[in-house]
Design a protein around this ligand. Structure first.
Ligand code: NAP
Length: 244
C-alpha cells in the first residue's frame, strides 16, 4: 500500500448505505473489503464500483461467531478503518403473540443489530491500526427516539461504543457512531416508500429532506479521516428531529 491509501472493511457493503460507503472509500483510492451474507449481492456491488483497486468480497454471517472465525483468513491482516454498517429492521412491537414470541423478536433484533457489530469488532481489534485506526458504527436515530427492540439494540451500540472508545484511546485509535434518521433508497424497508410516507418522514427532519445513502457515507468518511483523531466516543445525528 502507498502512504495514503488505507485498508477499509465495511459490513453490509453490498447494499444501501454500506454500498455508498464502499463507493466513497474506493473512489478515494482505499483498498476496500465488503462483508455480507449474500455472495451474489456483494459481487454485484463490487462489479459496479470502480476505484483504484478492485473491491474484495467476503460472504459471512456476522451474527455467527463460528462463521466469522472460519472467514478470518480472508479478511485483511491490517485494518485502518472498520465500518460496522450491517444491521436489520426489527419486527414491530405490535406484532402480537405471547411472551415466547416477544422473546424471539428481541433475540432476533439482538442477533441482527448487536452481534454483527460486536463480534466483527472483537475479531478485528488485534488487526486495527495503532495508532490511526478508526471504527465507525452505523447506529440509528431509533436509539434516541425509540422504536421497540430495534431502537434498544441501537442504543446498546452507543453504550458499547463508549467502552470501545476508552479501549482504543491509548492505542491512538477512535470509535464513533453515525446515527442516521430515515434514509431512502436502501433495502432496509423491503421496498420503496410511498409519497405519503416520504412526506411524513421529511416533516420529521431539521433539513427539510430525507437522507440519502451518500449523506451517511459522508459522515462516515469524516469520522474515519486521519484528521478526526481527536473525536471519539461520539455520535453524529443526521438531520432528524430528536423529539417527536
Ligand atoms: N435506511 C434507513 O432509514 C436507516 C436509518 C437508520 C439506520 N440505518 C442503519 O443503516 C445500516 C444499513 O442499512 P440500510 O438502510 O443500508 O439497509 P440494507 O440495504 O438492508 O443494508 C443492510 C446490510 O447489512 C447486511 N447484513 C445484515 N445482517 C447481516 C449479517 N448477519 N451478517 C452480514 N451482513 C449482514 C445485509 O446484507 P445480507 O442480507 O446479504 O447479509 C445488507 O447489505 C443498518 O445498520 C441500519 O440499521 C438505516
Amino acid at each position: 500500500m502507498n502512504g495514503t491509501e488505507r485498508s477499509v472493511v465495511i459490513s453490509g457493503g453490498g447494499t444501501g448505505i454500506g454500498r455508498a460507503v464502499t463507493a466513497r472509500f474506493a473512489r478515494q483510492g482505499d483498498r476496500v473489503t465488503i462483508l455480507g451474507r449474500r455472495a451474489e449481492v456483494l459481487r454485484a456491488a463490487a462489479d459496479m464500483i470502480h476505484g483504484a483497486h478492485p473491491v474484495r468480497t467476503v460472504a459471512v454471517d456476522l451474527s455467527d461467531p463460528a462463521d466469522i472465525e472460519a472467514r478470518l483468513s480472508e479478511l485483511p491482516e491490517q485494518v485502518d478503518v472498520l465500518v460496522n454498517n450491517a444491521g436489520g429492521r426489527g419486527t414491530p412491537a405490535a406484532a402480537g403473540g405471547g411472551l415466547k414470541e416477544v422473546a424471539e423478536r428481541w433475540r432476533r433484533d439482538f442477533d441482527n443489530n448487536v452481534l454483527p457489530v460486536v463480534l466483527l469488532t472483537e475479531a478485528l481489534l488485534p488487526r486495527l491500526a495503532s495508532p490511526g485506526g478508526r471504527v465507525v458504527t452505523v447506529g440509528s436515530i431509533a436509539a434516541l427516539r425509540g422504536n421497540g427492540a430495534y431502537g434498544a439494540m441501537k442504543a446498546a451500540l452507543q453504550a458499547w461504543n463508549h467502552t470501545l472508545a476508552g479501549q482504543l484511546g491509548p492505542r491512538g485509535a477512535t470509535a464513533n457512531v453515525v446515527v442516521p434518521g430515515y434514509v431512502a433508497g436502501t433495502d432496509f424497508f423491503g421496498g420503496p416508500a410511498t409519497e405519503e410516507e416520504l412526506s411524513r418522514r421529511r416533516a420529521q427532519t431539521l433539513v427539510g429532506r430525507v437522507g440519502e445513502p451518500e449523506d451517511v457515507a459522508a459522515a462516515v468518511a469524516f469520522l474515519a479521516a486521519p484528521e478526526a483523531g481527536y473525536i471519539t466516543g461520539e455520535f453524529l445525528n443526521g438531520g432528524t428531529l430528536l423529539g417527536r
